[in-house]
Design a protein around this ligand. Structure first.
Ligand code: F3S
Length: 391
């Protein structure tokens, strides 16, 4: 990579040990992907926050970075943790896990990151605009940033996103470059499967697209999804196929600005057979000790919709704490409380220690959560639309 004089000093340690370590990570990445130079980033979003996924190695790494004097140089938010930081005792999280988790959050706080503990930074103040370069490392947020906002980020790992947060730089490759943002496969879903405001079909479609066209830039035809449906679509694709960007003609910003970006001769359809195949693959049981919604973390609109539904089961909804503290949402929260819906902040069903908390099956409407929950713990999943889960 070609480094400027300042960047060379950062790499040689003149700007401190933490900056040097961060530069080593980024130069290594840039060399692998043959990036010619660094570009500045406007923000960072970091994953690998939960002690359940970070483990003791992650805890040690982040505390070492703090000891080396690491501090963020651009606005930086962080992903969900393993527990609700204000209510962990009430929710039955073991104390040992809680103590380690709190140390991780403290370390990020010392570095100057905003400890939002949410995977939807774009709903709570960290919202890049069209064409801005960022370094994000939560797959569902990455695909939202690239596709819905038209910002530019690669799917960073936790260490590279932290390194970008510290240096304010990222190597210029992948989704930062125009040539890697062209549509590569056209998906023609049957619109009959996508009626109404629900997100379930979009989650299934996203998972199917990722499963069948991993690493592609899909172009979704025939549909005009709202933002909640796009969140479900993107999270599904990112889970099964590491997809970081999609386009929807006349909907997503780059497709609106430059319709040719959607042109490709590779076309496939998505019909009932494909829908049923994914639904039955992810749905493991008809039982559920508890229903967990909010993967990705729920938006205002999803909470408003839920507050108008008949809820007959025990339901938890994972939301960003900043949204929990939003005074405009008071009435909706009161209505949800009357329906016995619990709002759980700072964490989610995937990164919290559900089996240690005594749950063996949960109901879920998100393909991402349906994939990861059984993988990361001894818990079975009932995967179904929200209307079926809460009845
Ligand atoms: Fe967010 Fe957890 Fe789902 S981090 S996208 S709620 S798996």
């Amino acid at each position: 990579m070609n480094l400027t004089k300042v960047q060379e000093k950062m790499l040689s340690g003149e700007k401190g040990e933490a900056v040097q370590k961060a530069m080593e990570i980024l130069v290594g990445l840039g060399d692998i992907y043959e990036a010619e130079k660094f570009i500045p980033v406007k923000s960072a979003h970091l994953s690998g926050i939960s002690i359940k996924t970070a483990g003791n190695a992650g805890l040690n790494f982040i505390e070492e970075m703090v000891e080396m004097g690491a501090g963020v140089s651009v606005p930086t938010t962080i992903n969900p943790a393993a527990l609700d930081l204000q209510n962990w005792e009430e929710l039955g999280v073991p104390e040992e896990i809680s103590k380690k988790q709190i140390r991780i959050i403290e370390a990020y706080r010392k570095m100057g990151a905003d400890p939002v503990c949410s995977c939807v930074p774009y709903l709570i103040g960290n919202e890049p605009s069209l064409g801005q370069h960022v370094a994000w490392s939560e797959s569902s947020a990455v695909v939202y940033a690239n596709s819905v906002l038209g910002a530019r980020t690669n799917r960073e790992g936790a260490p590279s996103a932290l390194a970008s947060a510290v240096t304010g730089l990222t190597p210029d490759y992948g989704y930062h470059l125009d040539e890697n943002r062209l549509g590569s496969v056209k998906i023609r879903p049957d619109p009959g499967l996508f009626k109404g405001e629900g997100t379930f079909s979009y989650s299934v479609l996203g998972y199917w697209v990722g499963d069948n066209f991993p690493g592609s830039v899909p172009v979704i035809e025939n549909l005009h999804p709202n933002l909640e449906q796009q969140r479900a679509l993107g999270a599904g694709m990112a889970t099964s196929g590491a997809i970081a960007l999609y386009h929807i003609p006349r909907v997503t910003p780059e497709a609106k600005e430059n319709p040719e970006i959607c042109e490709t001769n590779n076309e496939v359809s998505f019909e009932t057979e494909e829908f049923n195949e994914i639904r039955s693959e992810l749905d493991q049981t008809s039982e559920a000790d508890i229903i967990c919604l909010g993967c990705p973390h729920a938006s205002r609109e999803e909470l408003r919709r839920l507050s108008q539904m008949n809820v007959e089961k025990e339901v938890w909804v994972h939301i960003p704490r900043k949204l929990r503290e939003d005074s405009d949402m008071k009435e909706i929260y009161q209505r949800l409380k009357e329906k016995n819906v619990k709002l759980v902040c700072d964490t989610c069903m995937v990164v919290s220690p559900l089996s240690e908390m005594g749950y063996s099956s949960i109901g879920i409407n998100s393909a991402k959560a349906a994939y990861y929950v059984p993988l990361l713990g001894d818990v079975k999943v009932h995967f179904a639309p929200i209307e079926e889960l809460i009845r």
